[in-house]
Design a binder for this molecule. Structure first.
Ligand code: ATP
Length: 311
């Protein structure tokens, strides 16, 4: 995190619905200009946490500060600096793209020229299209445009690319990177591990209402102690015992004529260096890198839903 004070501070946030504890003493801080991700199983408490940050839910306990504002007491001022992505189905079907942007622009003192946003988000040709007639990707881009039209300092994006095809998803990721480059801090809730790994500077894993882990994607993967795998074919025989004796290595097996070495740390480098010491040349060396999926499993005990699906 940079030396500047955080733009969002959440301190020991608690929220229950009747007997259901949705958020249980969650604390974190989001630095200016970062893309901060929240991942976790369904019902883990992500949306409730973010809704408390947005000032649309009242916490039972804890302290939240957003750009120095209190989400409930300073709600009107908060609305001017926080851009929130619309959830599906929140616009009237017959409202046209251009009209929606102009309407939303009118809610803010400061803002971006709607025409400019339309162009930047590739929506110029859809300006006169009614919301109900937009494709999934176009509707998603419109919801992002509406989150940005008030020139927010923080954008909250919830389920950014759910329902989009892979190409539209990648285009949306580029868009979010542009948003961040323009100086906006992004709070992103996602079910896609690949999305979190690719976009987020830091990721909070929320599980059963608690903050289970918080780190960079690489840090989460490394801290989970997830096993990595290096596969290679060797040009000649090599001493397996010496390979197995390396600090980084936990196992050496052979699969379909390939040596498969499992372990942690800088495994590929350690294996390669040992083979060089043995005078063996490895061909087709491949590293099966651990991913955020593995870290998620290690932290929550559950696999993320396939391809970010809702369970
Ligand atoms: N309005 C509500 N009334 C009662 N219980 C609720 C309400 N909203 C959420 N909950 C419950 O609180 C818990 C946390 O829900 P929340 O929506 O914050 O989780 P989430 O991590 O955002 O889940 P998802 O990934 O499914 O959106 C769940 O057990 C949920 O059923």
């Amino acid at each position: 995190m940079s030396g500047t004070s955080p733009v969002i501070e959440v301190d020991e946030l608690c929220k229950s619905y009747g007997g259901t504890v949705a958020v249980d003493e969650v604390s974190f801080a989001v630095a200016r200009g970062e893309i901060f991700g929240m991942i976790g199983p369904n019902g883990a408490g992500k949306t409730t946490t973010v809704e408390c940050v947005e000032g649309i839910r009242k916490p039972d306990a804890g302290r939240i500060s957003v750009l120095g504002l209190h989400p409930l007491r300073d709600r009107a001022r908060l609305r001017q600096v926080l851009g929130v992505q619309l959830q599906h189905g929140m616009l009237p079907d017959r409202l046209r793209v251009g009209e929606a942007l102009t309407l939303y622009r009118s809610f803010y003192r400061d803002g971006v020229e709607p025409e400019r946003l339309l162009a930047e988000l590739g929506l110029t040709a859809s300006r006169n299209t009614a919301f109900a007639d937009l494709s999934g990707g176009q509707a998603q881009r419109l919801s992002i445009a509406l989150a940005l039209v008030g020139k927010p300092r923080i954008a909250v994006l919830d389920e950014l690319t759910t329902g989009l095809d892979p190409q539209a998803r990648r285009d949306t990721w580029e868009l979010v990177e542009q948003v961040r480059e323009s100086g906006v801090t992004v709070l992103l809730i996602t079910h896609f591990m690949e999305e979190a790994e690719r976009l987020c500077d830091r990721v909070a894993i929320i599980d059963r209402g608690r903050l289970a882990a918080l780190d960079t994607p690489d840090g989460l993967i490394a801290r989970a102690g997830v096993q990595q795998r290096v596969r290679f074919r060797a040009t000649g025989p090599f001493d397996r015992a010496r390979l197995a004796g390396l600090a980084e290595v936990s196992g050496v097996t052979t699969q379909r004529g390939e040596a498969v070495v499992t372990g942690t740390g800088d495994l590929a480098h350690a294996v390669n260096a040992e083979l060089v010491r043995q005078g063996v040349v490895a061909t087709e060396i491949r590293l099966d890198r651990a991913t955020l999926d593995d870290a998620f499993l290690a932290v929550t005990g559950r696999r993320p839903a396939p391809d970010g699906e809702r369970e």
